[in-house]
Write a protein that binds this ligand. Structure first.
Ligand code: GLY
Length: 609
C-alpha cells in the first residue's frame, strides 16, 4: 500500500512505498517507532505527524513525481534510483523548478561497499587517482556528493552583464539567452545513476516518460504558477506554445516533445542531451538568439563526484555540499551556534533567535566575500571551518545587542518557487538528498525549440558587478566573478545527518535562494536541539537574516513577545512570506523510515492507495 499525504497550499506529496506504508497512528501499531516516543509532537497538531514506511519513501514537492520515485523503490531501486526517477519526473510535472535545462546537487549514502569503483567512476572522478577520491566511508557505507551545477560557457566574460553605464543590465542577466549557463542536470542524474544506482537508467526514467507522453492533470499550483509567469513565458514563442494559456486545474498537460527528449536520454544517457538533436536545437537557439553556449561547451560539460563536507554537531556527523554549494555556510552556522544552549533558551525565543540571526549575518559575510567555485578560485574551506575562525566569529556576537551591518559590512533575499528539494530513504536505510533549480521559476522563460524544456538563468548567481545585488539581494565578491567553465556560487545544500555511532539518520535540504541555508539550519536545530519530531521540525516558523538588507525576516508564527525583545536589542524584524520547502526523511533506529513534506507547499487532502 502506498499513501499520499497532502496539506494546505501548493502541491506537495509524501509517498510511501510498500505494504508497511501507513499513517503514523497505524504504523505505531505495526512497528512502534521508539524514536518518536521521546520526541515532541507540536501539541494537538496531527498534521505535523511524519509518516512511516518499512520500505522507503520519497518526500518531494509534487505528488506525481514522488509517486514516480516511490514506484522505482518498489521495483527494487535504491535511494539513488528513487531520487533520479523523482528528479526526471519533476522535470515534467514541476516545470517551474524541475528541469533538464538546469543544475543542482545530490548527496547520497548507501550501505555496504560502494559500487562506484567497480564501475570505473572513481578513476573518472579523481583524475586517475582513486586514493584521492570523493567517497567518504561512514556508518558501514559510503557517502558522496554529485555536483551538477551549471558552468559558464567558454565565451563568458566577467563584465558580460554590464551596460554602457557600467551598471548591471538586469534583463540581460536574467531574461536573455546570455543568462543561461551550460546545463548540468542530465549529466549529474546520469552520473549518479551509472555509479550508484541499482536499476537501468531506462527503467528509472520510464515513469517520467509516461507522465510527459500521456500527460497528467494540472494542479492548481501549476496553473497559478504558469499564470504568474505568463508575462515572461509569453515573450518566447516556444514557451508560449508549450505552456500558455495556463491550463485550468484538472486539464491534462501532454508534453510530447519533452517525452522524446527524455527517451533520447533514457536510450543514450547524457550523450542523448549533450550531443545529437537536443544539442543541435539548443545551440541553434543560442546562435539565433544571441546566447553563448556552443557544441563544444556542451561536449565539455562534466558532472563531478565530490567529497562531502563533514563537521560534527553535538556528536552527530553532518555531511553537506561543499562549494560551490551552500554547505560550508551551513556548517559555519552550526559551528558558531554549537556552544549556545538553545534548548534552554527555547524554540522561538528572542534569546535563541538573537544569536541565530547574528550568526547568520557573520556567516553570510564570509560567504559573499570569500566563496566561489573551488575549481577556479582558492576557497579557504579549512580556515573558514576551523575552531579558531568560528570562535572569532562567535566572539563578535554581542549577547545583548544587534551588531549593525555596516560594522560587519557585506548582502538580501527574494523567495521564489525556483528551486526544489527532494529526500529519499530506501528500505536498506540508503539516503538521497537532491536539490535542483533553473534559478528563477521557469528559468529565463525560454524553451529549446522542438525539445520541450526550459533553460536556466543561472548566470545571475555569479557576481555581475562586485557589491551589486543579484536577484536574491546577494552582494557578492570577485571570488564569484564570471569566468569560462566556472560554476556560479549556490546556496543549495542537500544535507545528511548521521547518528553519533555513524548510522544514517536524516536527509534534508530546501529551495529558497539565499534562504536555503538558514532553512536547513533551523530544521536541524529544531530536530537535534529542540527535540521536535521531523514534521514539527520542518513545519515550525523560521527566520532569516543575511546581513544586507539589515533585518530579520520572520515567518508567520514568530511570538510577538520575541519580536518585541528582538527589536529592543536593535533588530529590525519584518514579517516575511513562507521560506523554503524542506522535504525531509529520517531513518529510524528500529527500522523503517519517516518522511515529511513541508506544509508550506502542501495541497489538498490526504490520499491513500
Ligand atoms: N539559484 C539559487 C542558488 O543556487 O542558490
Amino acid at each position: 500500500m502506498s499513501a499520499v499525504r497532502r496539506g494546505a497550499a501548493g502541491a506537495v506529496l509524501l509517498l510511501l512505498v510498500g505494504w508497511g506504508a501507513v499513517p503514523l497512528a497505524r504504523a505505531q501499531a505495526v512497528a512502534p517507532p521508539a524514536a518518536l516516543e521521546s520526541n515532541v509532537l507540536l501539541e494537538g497538531e496531527q498534521r505535523f505527524r511524519p509518516q512511516w514506511s518499512a520500505r522507503g519513501l520519497v518526500a518531494a514537492q509534487e505528488p506525481l513525481a514522488s509517486a514516480a520515485g516511490a514506484a522505482i523503490l518498489r521495483q527494487g531501486g535504491n535511494a539513488v534510483d528513487g531520487a533520479v526517477a523523482t528528479a526526471f519526473a519533476l522535470a515534467v510535472t514541476l516545470p517551474q523548478a524541475g528541469n533538464l535545462g538546469g543544475g543542482g546537487f545530490l548527496l547520497l549514502w548507501l550501505p555496504g561497499p560502494s559500487p562506484a569503483r567497480q564501475r570505473g567512476c572513481l578513476v573518472e572522478a579523481s583524475g586517475g587517482n582513486p586514493a584521492a577520491g570523493p567517497e567518504l566511508a561512514i556508518g558501514g557505507g559510503t557517502a558522496v556528493a554529485v555536483n551538477f551545477r551549471e558552468t559558464a560557457p567558454a565565451a563568458a566574460t566577467a563584465t558580460m552583464f554590464l551596460g554602457p553605464d557600467g551598471q548591471v543590465d538586469r534583463a540581460r542577466a536574467t531574461r536573455s539567452l546570455l543568462s543561461t549557463a551550460v546545463p548540468g542536470s542530465v549529466a549529474g542524474l546520469a552520473l549518479a545513476q551509472r555509479c550508484y544506482g541499482r536499476l537501468p537508467l531506462a527503467q528509472v526514467m520510464a515513469p517520467a516518460i509516461r507522465l510527459a507522453d500521456q500527460g497528467f492533470p494540472v494542479s492548481r499550483e501549476l496553473s497559478d504558477s504558469l499564470a504568474a509567469a505568463a508575462p515572461r513565458l509569453q515573450a518566447d514563442p516556444v514557451s508560449r506554445r508549450l505552456f500558455l494559456p495556463p491550463p485550468v486545474p484538472g486539464t491534462r498537460l501532454r508534453q510530447g516533445e519533452l517525452a522524446a527528449s527524455l527517451r533520447r536520454i533514457a536510450a543514450e544517457g547524457e550523450r542523448g542531451f549533450y550531443t545529437g538533436p537536443v544539442a543541435d536545437a539548443l545551440v541553434g537557439a543560442m546562435e539565433r538568439g544571441g546566447g553563448l553556449i556552443t557544441h563544444s561547451d556542451l561536449r565539455a560539460y562534466r558532472a563531478q563526484l565530490v567529497r562531502p563536507l563533514r563537521r560534527e554537531f553535538r556528536g552527530h556527523p553532518v555531511l553537506t555540499m561543499p562549494p560551490p554549494g551552500g554547505g560550508l555556510t551551513l556548517l559555519q552556522l552550526l559551528g558558531i551556534l554549537e556552544p549556545f544552549d538553545l534548548a534552554a533558551t527555547g524554540l522561538n525565543a528572542a534569546a535563541s533567535l538573537h544569536p541565530m540571526a547574528e550568526a547568520m549575518n557573520l556567516a553570510y559575510r564570509d560567504r559573499n566575500a570569500l566563496l566561489g567555485d573551488p575549481d577556479q578560485v582558492p576557497v579557504p574551506v579549512e580556515r573558514l571551518l576551523s575552531p579558531a575562525h568560528l570562535d572569532g566569529l562567535r566572539r563578535r556576537i554581542d549577547p545583548r545587542r544587534h551588531t549593525p551591518a555596516p560594522a560587519l559590512e557585506a548582502a538580501a533575499a527574494r523567495e521564489g518557487t525556483n528551486t526544489t528539494h527532494l529526500s529519499v530513504a530506501d528500505r536498506q536505510g540508503g539516503l538521497a538528498a537532491l536539490t535542483t533549480t533553473l534559478n528563477f521559476p521557469y528559468g529565463n522563460g525560454i524553451s529549446v525549440p522542438g525539445m520541450g524544456f526550459l533553460l536556466n538563468n543561472e548566470m545571475d548567481d555569479f557576481t555581475a558587478l562586485p557589491g551589486s545585488a543579484n536577484a536574491f539581494g546577494l552582494r557578492q565578491g570577485t571570488a564569484n566573478a564570471i569566468a569560462p567553465g566556472k560554476r556560479p556560487l549556490s546556496s543549495m545544500a542537500p544535507t545528511l545527518v548521521f547518528r553519533p555511532d555513524g548510522r544514517p539518520w536524516l536527509a534534508t535540504g530546501s529551495p529558497g535562494g539565499s534562504r536555503i541555508i538558514t532553512t536547513i539550519l533551523q530544521v536541524l536545530l529544531n530536530r537535534m536541539v529542540h527535540g521536535l519530531n521531523l514534521a514539527g521540525a520542518v513545519a515550525a516558523p523560521r527566520i532569516h537574516s543575511q546581513l544586507w538588507p539589515e533585518r530579520i525576516d520572520a515567518e508567520e508564527g514568530l511570538s510577538p513577545d520575541s519580536r518585541r525583545l528582538l527589536e529592543a536589542m536593535g533588530h529590525s524584524v519584518r514579517r516575511a512570506p513562507a521560506m523554503g520547502a524542506a522535504n525531509s526523511v529520517e531513518v529510524l533506529a528500529e527500522g523503517g523510515s519517516l518522511g515529511t513534506v513541508d506544509p508550506r507547499r502542501a495541497e489538498g487532502p490526504a490520499v491513500a492507495e
